[in-house]
Each structure stands twice: as C-alpha cells, then as structure tokens.
Design a protein. Structure first.
Lengths: 292, 271
C-alpha cells in the first residue's frame, strides 16, 4: 500500500479528493439517523429541560433540591440504587465466578439462566414477583408452613419488594462484565500462587479480586445508573408507597401537569446519570484504582 | 475451557461445593419468576392462588376471547415490526458511517447514537409526550413506532457495528475491483457476510419495542399496546389472565430467539 502510494505521488491530490468524496458519502449515510435523533430525541429532551428554566429563574430547581419532601425522593432513590448495586454485586460475583470456572456444559446452561430473564418482559417478571411476594404469596406460604414466620411478612408494596424486583432485573448487567474480567485473568497467576502454597482464600483476595475489580466497577456503575431511572418495578412493586425519581416525574406530568417541575427533576436525574458515567470513564482512562 | 482459577483445583473442595450451592440458589432466584407464571396460567382459581387448586384453560380463553387484549397484541406487533424495520433502515447506514467514517463530527454522532440508551426512559418518554401532545400525535401507533425506533437504534448500531468491524473490507474492495458498483458490492458481499449481526439487531429492535412500556404509557392514549394493557391490568384487577399472557409472551420471545439462532447459524454455515 505504502510503496504504491509513493510511486503514485503525482496522483496524491486525486487520492485526497477521492478520500474527501468517500468521507462525504459516509457522512451522508449517517444523515437519516441524525435527522431522526435530532427531531425525536435531542429536540424534545432539550425542550423538556428548557421548560425547567421557564421564567428565567431557578425556582424549580430550588423546589426539587430544597424542599424536604422531594429531597426525600432523591435520598430514597439513591439509597435503593446503592442497595440494589450492592446486592447485585454480592449475588453476581459468585455467579460470574462459577460461570468462569466450571465446565463448558454448566457454563452454557448457566448463561441460559442469566440471559433468559433479560429476554423476558420486565412486566412479566414484576407480575411474577407480585405473585411470589404477596401476603398470600408463594414465599409467605412456605415461610408459614415451615414455621419460619408466625404471620405473613410484608414483602410487597414496600422498599424490600422494590429492591428484590430490581436486583432480579439487574443481576445480568453485573454478571456479564465480571465474567469477562474473570476470563481475561491469566490462570498462571493463581497457579503460581498455589504452587507457592497460598491458601484458596488468599489467592482470591490477593490475586483474583484485585485483578477483576475493573469488571466489578463496570458492572456496579451500570447497575447503579440503571437503578436511578427505574420506573416499572418501583411503580408496581412499591404499590404507590415507594416514590423514586422516575415515579415522581411521571406523577408531575400525569397528575399535577407541572411540566416545569418535571423538567427540573429530569435535569437533575440526567445530570446525575451523565456525571456518574463521566466519572467512571475518566477513572478507567487514567487506570486509577476505582474507589472502594 | 480456559478456567482461570478452576484449573488450580483438581479435586472438588469444600469451597467449590459451597460455590456450586450458592450459585444454584442464585440461579433459582433468577429463574423462579419465569417458572411461576406457568402453573398459575392454567389454574382454575379466580384469583391468585398457589399452588393452583385445579386445571383450567379459562385464562387463555379470556385472553383470546377479549377483543381489547387481541387488539393490543396486534397493535404491539404492528408497532414492533415497524420500529424494527425503520431502525434497521436508518441504523444500518449509520453503522457503516460510524465504523468506516473519519469525517469531523463522527465522534459526536457516535455519542448521539448511544444517548437513547443512557438517558433514562422516563425522561425520554416525558419529553416525547410533550412534543407529540403539541403535534396531536398521542394515540397514533406510528408515533409510538417512531419513538421505539429511537430506543432501538443504539442496539442496532452496536450489533451491526460489531459485525462490520469483524468484516474484512478487502472483500468489498475485491468486488469493486471486479467491476461491481459500491451498492452492488455492499448488497452482494458485505450484507450477506454480516447477516448474523443483522438478524440479531432485528430481533433486539423487535423485542425492545414489543416489551416497551414507559414510552407507550405516555403516547398510547386510549390505543392500548400489549405492555400497557398488562400494566393497567396488574394495577387494577390482578387476575391470572396476566399469567396466561405472560406465558404466551415468553413463548413468543423464545420462538423469536430460536428463529434468529437458526438464521444466524445458517448464515455462518454458508461462510
């Protein structure tokens, strides 16, 4: 390629012109999508955010971030997101570890179990949790029958129910990045440690876990950010009692018809989402140790 | 199997057994909600009772006999098919543009194309609701299809983009050298080569739309989509018809995945 282009030196301007034409054609291929994204995505979203500044004041942001009632919603949202992330990690890591270290048969079967829920409608799964967790639900029946509880436990229409449902939806997003981090791990490191007499727990804590932290970090960021914007699960499993940001935004638009306030809430949620993604990307680029 | 750590352990140890047991419990947690709807859907009890006292098809009959359910299903199929076709039509050229282009602004377009995946669904839904209400598009099925196209676009671009990155552009150049036009070369050489990606992208786009609730909730008006009808039913009168619908939906998705795998593999075998 380079030898021929040296021989064709007089042709260089022509090649440059061809390249410009090629780039122009390639850019043109993106135009229909650009049009669609500009008209039906960027414009309406910016318009909604703009509504929050109506009247030229920050009044609506003051309301969102100043009034105790709404501050509470943000606090609940972040608390649930953090709890869901932690639980997804505690359940997801052993699962990823199992998948990465077992035989091919079990890996395939295990992945079917992890992916299958992903393909199933969130509504179907949420409905199933209502059946399972209700007052007369399957779980309570079993607990009563086994004598583990004297009366039905409140598992549904509260934060616990929301957290269970969300962890179920989000576990796959935790498992997949951790799994690929485990597969990237050089097996000879653990073998060397074992050869030198390190016990299994030490191999895990000193070698496996530190070297897969990037997968943990990626999964945790993804799960946390997705949790912040969750709507269906809190709306149904929370039974109107667990108000997360997304549920509050829906209420403002559908019931209160308060578009400016909905815009301000959306702006705050979006800012949090983008900030967390941005920080995560920066941390990864600098190769810095993710914060504990 | 390049087992990172498993290789270091030749015989099962207590730790290994514990890991297996814990994993089994987590797998059960993952699969339980999918399994529980099956017995429920054939229960004769008029309300949620588990285990079911007897067998009955009445919830399936309820579903098939109720024009509102059938209407909602057909509308969702129409919307999902349109969103799938449109997102492929717009997303495939975009994937070519993003993978091969080096023009200024490409990085920005790349970000914009991924944005619908990052912006929380509730924000996008409310925003489009505001716009479409002004345009009197609430209740129009094609309005929902357009919004779903936007939601499906990032997946289409990611999947087809990955296919294109794995494709050897020299093959296309060879076709050009043999006298094919660019369009012919793409149609006869490139697209058949990345067919598995196209099939996966189509399936993802279809499912994204078919399962989507939040956008549809705002845009559907009185014109129900299947997820919206399910949501309303779960909220109002929770009866096992939902279980029957859930089973049908799981079956439909499983069928779609199976078909896609057939097609994907078929395409690979040709190669």
């Amino acid at each position: 390629m380079s030898a021929s282009s040296v021989a064709a030196l007089p042709l260089l301007p022509k090649i440059a012109a061809l390249r410009v034409r090629r780039e122009r054609a390639l850019a043109a291929l993106g135009l229909p999508a650009l049009l669609l994204l500009a008209l039906i995505f960027a414009f309406p979203v910016l318009r909604l955010l703009g509504l929050s500044l109506e009247g030229g004041s920050l009044e609506w942001y003051g309301k969102a971030l100043g009034e105790g009632l709404y501050l509470e919603v943000f606090w609940i949202t972040f608390r649930i997101a953090a709890l869901v992330t932690l639980l997804a990690l505690l359940l997801g890591y052993p699962l990823a570890y199992f998948l990465a270290t077992t035989t091919r048969f079990w890996t395939t079967l295990g992945f079917i179990f992890v992916i299958l829920p992903l393909w199933t409608s969130v509504l179907v799964r949420t409905y199933a949790w209502m059946v399972l967790l209700g007052r007369n639900g399957v779980v309570n029946r079993i607990l009563l029958e086994l004598g583990l509880a004297r009366e039905p436990l409140p598992l549904l229409y509260n934060e616990l129910g929301v957290v269970i449902g969300m962890v179920h939806v989000l576990i796959p997003y935790m498992v997949l990045p951790i799994y690929s981090a485990l597969k990237r791990l050089d097996p000879s490191l653990a073998q060397a440690a074992e050869g030198l007499g390190a016990p299994a727990s030490r191999i895990f804590l000193r070698i496996v876990l530190p070297l897969t932290l990037d997968g943990v970090f990626a999964g945790a960021i993804l799960v946390f950010v997705l949790s912040l914007g969750f709507f269906i699960t809190p709306a149904l499993l929370g039974g109107g009692r667990v108000i997360m940001i997304a549920v509050l935004i829906e209420q403002q638009v559908r019931e209160t018809l308060d578009w400016s306030f909905a815009g301000a809430l959306s702006a705050v949620l979006l800012a949090a989402t983008i900030a967390i993604y941005g920080l995560a990307q920066r941390a990864r680029r600098h190769g810095a140790e993710p914060p504990p | 199997m390049r087992a990172a750590v498993g290789k270091a352990r030749r015989r099962p140890r207590p730790g290994r057994i514990a890991l297996g047991a814990i994993s089994a419990l987590i797998f059960a947690f993952l699969i339980l909600p999918l399994v529980v709807v099956f017995p429920l859907s054939v229960s004769s009890a008029p309300y949620l009772e588990f285990p079911p006292p007897g067998l009955s098809w009445r919830w399936y009959e309820n579903y098939f006999g109720d024009p509102v359910w059938i209407d909602a299903t057909l509308r969702s199929l129409k919307i999902a098919t349109s969103a799938m076709l449109l997102s492929l039509l717009v997303g495939t050229p975009l994937a070519f543009s993003l993978v091969r282009g080096r023009y200024p602004g490409r990085a920005l377009l790349d970000r914009l194309a991924a944005a619908p995946m990052i912006v929380p669904a509730i924000i996008f839904s409310v925003a489009v609701y505001g716009l479409f209400a002004k345009l009197k598009l609430i209740g129009a099925w094609y309005g929902i299809a357009l919004a779903h196209t936007v939601l499906a676009l990032p997946f289409v671009v990611i999947v087809i983009g990955a296919g294109l990155r794995g494709f050897d552009e020299a093959l296309e150049a060879a076709a050009l050298g043999l006298g094919a036009s660019r369009w012919q070369a793409v149609k006869r050489v490139t697209l058949p080569q990345i067919r598995p990606s196209l099939v996966s992208a189509a399936l993802l786009a279809f499912v994204t739309s078919f399962d989507e609730l939040v956008v549809a909730m705002f845009l559907a008006g009185s014109e129900m989509t299947l997820p919206k009808k399910m949501f309303d039913n779960i909220r109002m009168e929770i009866d096992p018809t939902i279980a029957a619908v859930s089973v049908l939906q799981i079956a439909l998705i499983a069928l779609a995945v199976l078909i896609a795998q057939r097609f994907g593999r078929g395409a690979l075998e040709v190669k």
